[in-house]
Design a protein around this ligand. Structure first.
Ligand code: S3P
Length: 436
């Protein structure tokens, strides 16, 4: 599948963004581990999160769809899951694979787990190491550091204090989930804070979680079923916000966007680039939300780096690179080596693909330098199977001279299936068409 993208003259209106991917995965997993029936609204019905729902069903949880994004999940408690009869396929989803390993480290049975070609290349040793220390057995390719993996948990994982070398919510969450049934508290110490959705939703399900500047501690205990309202995903909103800033005649308002401070680095950077993003805070249901409005602005270059900022915007670097490509001056991204192990090597992919649009980019080991301000010229681009690259390139093509093609775009369905419809509705005409 490919996108054919025509330049957009204008983007106007209001849009809803799909449910937050991180929160949706966690709601499914905790619903399955809790005692009783949990009710989830706003669940992200995109491939990644549907994989997690299928996985918890394979492990014995009962999942009922009540309407769009509305699910009832009947969990059997921490000891209520059972050995799945077949391999669990996590598709393209690192969060599904890594958080599931955390859950399974506390289950005394074997599970076989795999993923798609991209996922089978991504590192799993980062979660396998701490989970082994807690008593789980993980074996698989590349000395047990790549999918497919087989995992056998233990009914009582060992209490542990774990200092993770990378600020990663997936590592932190895997250890916390394994800790729910542990024989004592588990503590995760991070080099810098990562997104805190797990801590928030664990508390909502009745878990005892305490945090200080760099450490999170979970005291084992049962989870009780609850209701969860998933906010809109700021990582999806980011594509629409940047489109609203760089298209010549634009004003775009997005409602109910999650603005958890561990995720809003993209707003800070866009503000540093000269954007005024009007924010109206809405009621807080465990995760803060807001309406965000972006309008056409002349952007200027900035610096994107630092151990505390990068984890707050790691998924937004592809679309921030597009903003940098049209901004005046040189934007430098540093301290972002993690980009190399996402759905694709995003440092290489951004350099390669924005280069085709005529953007001078210098690739560096931990980031890039992007010289902005040149007119972009339409080109034939390729997402490399990475959903965030596909959407970032489509937004860049909206402001290029002439038509562009973005190849390999099925991947957009992993996180934002309504992406093209949302952009076309805002444009008032089909600026992005999907071709088989
Ligand atoms: C996620 C954490 C981040 C992020 C990913 C979702 C999560 O990964 O890139 O898209 O839901 O915990 P890392 O934890 O590996 O940084």
């Amino acid at each position: 599948m490919r996108f054919r993208v025509r330049p957009a003259r204008a983007l106007h209106g209001e849009a809803e963004v799909p449910g937050d991917k991180s929160v949706s995965h966690r709601a499914a997993l905790l619903g399955a581990l809790a005692e009783g029936v949990s009710e989830v609204q706003g669940y992200l019905e995109a491939e990644d999160c549907l994989r997690t729902l299928t996985a918890v069903q394979a492990l014995g949880a009962e999942v009922t769809r009540k309407g769009p994004g509305h699910y009832r999940i009947a969990g059997g408690g921490l000891r209520g899951l059972s050995e799945p009869g077949d391999v669990i396929d996590c598709g393209n989803s690192g969060t599904a694979a890594r958080l599931l390993c955390g859950v399974l480290a506390g289950q005394p049975f074997w599970t076989l787990m795999t993923g798609d070609a991209s996922m089978r290349r991504r590192p799993m040793g980062r979660i396998a190491d701490p989970l082994r220390k807690m008593g789980a057995t993980l074996v698989g390719r590349a000395e047990g550091t790549r999918l497919p993996l087989a995992i056998r948990g233990t009914a009582t994982p060992k209490a542990m204090e774990y200092a993770t070398p990378v600020a990663s919510a997936q590592i932190k969450s895997a250890v916390l989930l394994a800790g729910l049934g542990a024989d004592g508290p588990v503590t995760v110490i991070e080099p810098a804070p990562s997104r805190d959705h797990s801590e928030r939703i664990l508390r909502r399900f009745g878990a005892r979680v305490t945090t200080d500047e760099r450490a999170v501690t979970l005291t084992p205990g049962p989870l009780r079923a609850t209701t969860v309202t998933v906010p809109g995903d700021i990582s999806s909103a980011a594509f629409l916000l940047v489109a609203g800033l760089i298209v010549g005649d634009a004003q775009v308002t997005l409602h109910r966007v999650g603005v958890n401070p561990t995720r809003t680095g993209v707003l800070d950077v866009l503000q540093a680039m000269g954007a005024r993003i009007a924010t109206t805070r809405a009621a807080d249901e465990g995760e803060p939300t807001a309406s965000l409005t972006a309008a056409s602005t002349a952007l200027r270059a900035t610096e994107i780096g630092g151990a505390r900022l990068i984890p707050r915007l790691i998924d937004e670097v592809p679309i921030l690179a597009v903003a940098a490509a049209v901004a005046s001056g040189v934007t430098v991204v540093r301290d972002a080596t993690e980009l190399r192990v996402k759905e694709s090597d995003r440092i290489a992919a951004i350099g390669r693909e924005l280069g085709k649009l005529g953007v001078p980019i210098e690739e560096r080991p931990d980031g890039m330098a992007i010289t902005g301000g040149h007119r972009l010229r339409g080109a034939v681009l390729n997402s490399g199977g990475d959903h965030r690259m596909a959407m970032a390139l489509a937004v860049a093509a909206l402001v290029a001279d002439g038509e562009s093609v973005v190849d390999d775009v099925e991947c957009v369905n992993t996180s934002f299936p309504q992406f093209t419809k949302t952009i076309n509705d805002l444009a008032g005409s089909p600026v992005i068409t999907v071709e088989a």
